[in-house]
Design a protein around this ligand. Structure first.
Ligand SMILES: [Zn+2]
Length: 369
C-alpha cells in the first residue's frame, strides 16, 4: 500500500517528463545497455491493484493502492518482455541457492495484499503475455473475504457522516472536511501516523471507528474484495507463485514474539493447506522501516521462508543482497510508460521514493505500505 500527500491526484513532474523524453528518443535503451555492463542487479516490481477508474476521485477506497490500469499493465509487461528478462522469484531464489549468476536485466513482478482485481484483471494479462509473477496474500482475508483494514479506514473517513475526526491515538482532532479530495488527504495523514503505533492500538482504533460510525467491515464492499482460494488455486495451477503477506496484514515488527511467529507460521500453513504446495516466499505487510527489523527477518528465516520482500525502493545487487530484505520498485498510478521504463533503467533516479532503512525513522515518507 502507498501513502502520499496528493492521494487523489496523479503525480507528475520532472521524473515523468524526463522519463518520457528518454523513452521517446531511444536514449533509455543505450543507458540500459551501459548499466547492465557496469552492474548486474535484480529489479523486483511491486504492484497492488490493477483497476480501470473512470473517475478516480469517486473511487471509494485508497487510490494509492491502484498501481495501474489494465492497459497500463499490458504496456508495462510488453516492455518487460522486449527489453528485460522477466523471471519468477522462485527461480531467483534457486539461482541464489546455486550461486549462479542471474540473467542480465532480470526483473521479477510481484503483487501485494491479494485484491480480487489481481485475479480478474492482472492474471489474464500476465498469462497471455507469459510474464511470471508472485502474488503475496494475507491469508485471513482470503479465508474471510473481509476488506483490508487500512483500506476500510480510508473508506470510513471518506464516507463517515460526522463533522469532526477525533483520534487521540494519533494526536488528531480536526473538523471533517466536506470535499472528498480533502478527506483523502486527511485519511492519508491518519494512515501515516498510525503506522508508528503497535498493532493492538492500530486494530482498536479501526474497530472503534467501525463501531462509532456504524460502518462494520463485515458489511464488505464490491470494490474492496480479496481473492478466493479457488482463484489462487487456478493461478497457481497456471504457474504463478502465491506467497505469504501474513495472516491479518499486520506490521510484523510491531508484534510481540508469539504473534509474530503465528503470523509467519499460520499464513504459511494456510497457503500449503489450500494450495497443496510449499510456501517459501513472503512480503512483509506495509514493508517499510517500521514494518520489519532484524528480529522479524530472523523469525522469517526460522519459519522456513527462503526469501522476503520489503517495500523499500531500490534494486538488489546479486552478490550483495539480503534475501530477507529484498528491495522493490513500487509501480504507481501516475507512471506513464516512459517513466516506468526510465525507473527500470535508472532506478536510483527515477524510482518512487519509499521509506528507507536508514535515516528515515520519524519522517513521514511518501510511500509506506
Ligand atoms: Zn500490503
Amino acid at each position: 500500500m502507498v501513502i502520499n500527500e496528493e492521494a487523489s491526484m496523479p503525480r507528475s513532474g520532472i521524473r515523468e517528463m524526463l522519463g518520457e523524453l528518454c523513452y521517446g528518443t531511444g536514449l533509455l535503451h543505450v543507458l540500459q545497455l551501459g548499466r547492465a555492463w557496469l552492474r548486474r542487479d535484480l529489479r523486483i516490481l511491486a504492484y497492488h491493484r490493477v483497476l480501470d477508474l473512470r473517475d478516480p476521485n469517486a473511487f471509494a477506497f485508497d487510490l494509492d493502492l491502484v498501481s495501474t490500469s489494465a492497459a497500463g499493465l499490458r504496456e508495462q509487461m510488453q516492455l518487460l518482455r522486449r527489453r528485460f528478462c522477466p523471471m519468477s522469484l522462485g527461480d531467483v531464489v534457486a539461482a541464489l541457492d546455486a550461486g549462479t549468476r542471474l540473467p542480465t536485466n532480470a526483473v521479477v513482478v510481484t503483487f501485494d495484499d491479494g485484491y480480487d482485481d489481481n485475479y480478474r484483471v492482472a492474471y489474464p494479462i500476465l498469462r497471455e503475455l507469459g510474464v511470471p509473477a508472485t502474488f503475496f496474500v494475507s491469508t485471513n482475508h482470503i479465508d474471510s473475504g473481509r476488506p483490508f483494514a487500512y483500506d476500510w479506514l480510508m473508506y470510513m473517513i471518506l464516507h463517515a457522516p460526522v463533522r469532526r475526526l477525533a483520534l487521540p491515538e494519533v494526536g488528531l482532532d480536526v473538523p471533517m472536511p466536506f470535499l472528498r479530495a480533502e478527506r483523502r488527504q486527511l485519511a492519508s495523514r491518519v494512515l501515516r501516523r498510525m503506522k508508528g503505533l503497535d498493532d493492538a492500538i492500530q486494530s482498536s482504533l479501526i474497530s472503534r471507528l467501525e463501531h462509532e460510525w456504524q460502518m462494520p467491515r463485515e458489511a464488505g464492499h464490491p470494490d474492496c474484495r480479496p481473492m478466493s482460494w479457488d482463484a489462487l488455486r487456478e493461478m497457481r495451477a497456471a504457474g504463478f507463485e502465491i506467497g505469504s503477506h501474513g495472516v491479518r496484514h499486520c506490521m510484523l515488527a510491531q508484534l510481540p514474539p508469539a504473534q509474530l511467529e503465528a503470523e509467519l507460521v499460520d499464513s504459511r500453513n494456510a497457503l500449503e493447506r489450500e494450495l497443496g504446495a510449499p510456501a517459501t516466499l513472503l512480503s512483509y505487510p506495509v514493508g517499510g522501516d517500521l514494518a520489519f527489523d532484524a528480529r522479524v527477518m530472523e523469525a522469517t528465516m526460522a519459519a522456513g521462508y527462503r526469501a522476503a520482500c520489503s517495500y523499500i525502493c531500490g534494486t538488489n545487487r546479486q552478490f550483495a543482497l539480503n534475501r530477507y530484505a529484498l528491495n522493490r520498485l513500487p509501480v504507481e498510478r501516475a507512471m506513464g510508460t516512459g517513466w516506468f521504463a526510465a525507473m527500470l533503467t535508472l532506478p536510483e533516479l527515477m524510482g518512487y521514493p519509499t521509506v528507507g532503512r536508514i535515516g528515515m525513522v520519524g519522517q513521514e515518507a511518501a510511500c509506506s505500505y
